[in-house]
Design a protein around this ligand. Sequence first.
Ligand code: DGT
Ligand code: CA
Ligand code: CA
Ligand code: ZN
Length: 575
Amino acid sequence: MTKNRELAKIFLTISDALEINGEDSFKVLAYRRAARILENLSESVDTLAAEKRLRGVPGIGKGLADKIEEYLRTGRMSKLKETSTRIPRGLLPLLEVQGLGGKTIRRVWKELGVKDAAGLRRAAADGSLARLSGLGEKRAANILKSLDLRERARERISIFEAVTVAEDILAHLRRNPKFQALSPAGSVRRMKETVGDIDILAAARPGDREELVAWFTGFPGVSRVLEAGETKSSILIPAADGERQVDLRLVDESEYGAALQYFTGSKEHNVKLRGMAKDRGLKISEYGVFRGGKKIAGPTEEEVYRALGLPPIPPEMREDRGEVELALEGRLPRSVEPGDIRGDLHVHSDWSDGRMTLRDIREAGRRLGYAYIAVCDHSRSAAYAGGLSPERLARQGKEIERLNQGAKGFVLLKGAEVDILGDGTLDFPDRILEKLDFVVASIHSGFRKNVTERMIKALSNPLVSTIGHPTGRLISGREGYEVDLKKVMDAARKTGVALELNAFFDRLDLNETHLRQARKLGIKISIGTDTHQAGGLDMMRYGVGIARRAWLSKADILNTLPATGIKKLKNLRNK
Ligand code: DGT
Ligand code: CA
Ligand code: CA
Ligand code: ZN
């Protein structure tokens, strides 16, 4: 972990502790802001401190600069000790539970003696939580539900974190030329929205294995080695909230394809294949495909499938949801591929709460080889997120037109993420929406208030292009809106409005189950990263991964169209 991130974490802990201690929200926010500044800093704090430039960083005053210097000098921060020793440690993580703020945590601590998640659970079970004045049965039940969701999510990690760790380790492994082949396997390769442990497969000569296992367990980030065998080894990598397990399997080059197929799974898919092989007088294992004693496939995955009479099946589809049967009939749909995506349909700029300027977005879009990015900043009611007034939106539109002048190959699209208000009307009037190329309509407040009706009303407006994050869930622990998606989908099918696949890793909303239903109904899907900074544009890969898991093809996805196609949608729907 870099010093910047270490310090950001410390400041977050301090702000959490202050909040539970009942300090001014002003102080709490100052530390939280400092954490964010540190995380986004492009220079290391070491350098800034060495060159006496810390105090020049906007948002870092003298007080914070002193604390940073103290930490860099001594490895300790007295403020951290002072604030966090005053409260039980087990209370800090409770701040991440939806529906629990610092004030409530302070009260359950002081009035009910709750010191951690287990204590909170007991207080919910014996009714004392609900009896706390001002809380009531309903809020107590919701808190318990959020706690459950969070703990369930905790056992698995996000696909984003898993891919990031896997790629770090693969980069380390690739530096040793004795690995003959390397690939992610398991749920990471299948792009599941959450991952249990991270699997990596490698081919190597028997004589090299001892050295290669040592190379793997010598990965600089390792906190513990669980197993270091020449066929299987496992390490733990430290993370903010625990440890992540990474398994490496070493096989012979002649078995690499069969092992890759086996260890990619899913287990259910493998069971189906094994049954099929048996019916054909074949045997399939992680060593190869065999007829009698004769090995007929092994080195490549493609041959393994071919030996069973199948075309290669994309890893994302291997869940035994009918893919094997379709492949047998030669009717496997052609899944959308990353290269089919011509733009991003949901990006925030610094005109609202994003960090990229319009120029930054243009540059990033060009670098990615995109044809367009739709700039979709928040609308006026989203004041907490710097929502734009109609005037500012108009000015932004002018600026986009100016930036697009004479542009070849890439354009910024004029968009907005417009709030669906409490009564289902939109936060901008039609005469404003008319001027835009792409309109995302989203619910950001009133999660339990007539959500279905409000969405359907939004869908009936021909100026709306798509509904943003239609379920509102967060994978890390928020259930989302009370919405009847079936009804929303029926309305989307009738009006021709798209639904979003929000590709931000903690959303992935619609999820793969909903996307499959949408595909069957012929509903178009727009994929947007909803990113607020340049790095987040890469989240598109998780969106595409989930789309592939739902068997979506190029034709199902709006952003495989050229820019002119996106702009024309509105006119088509207006007829
Ligand atoms: P995860 O880690 O829970 O996100 O899911 P996976 O799919 O990565 O599961 P994992 O790590 O237990 O195993 C990786 C792959 O290895 C799995 O997808 C299929 C294969 N595999 C593991 N154990 C078995 C087994 O007992 N039978 C079969 N057929 N395959 C297995
Ligand atoms: Ca796994
Ligand atoms: Ca595993
Ligand atoms: Zn957004």
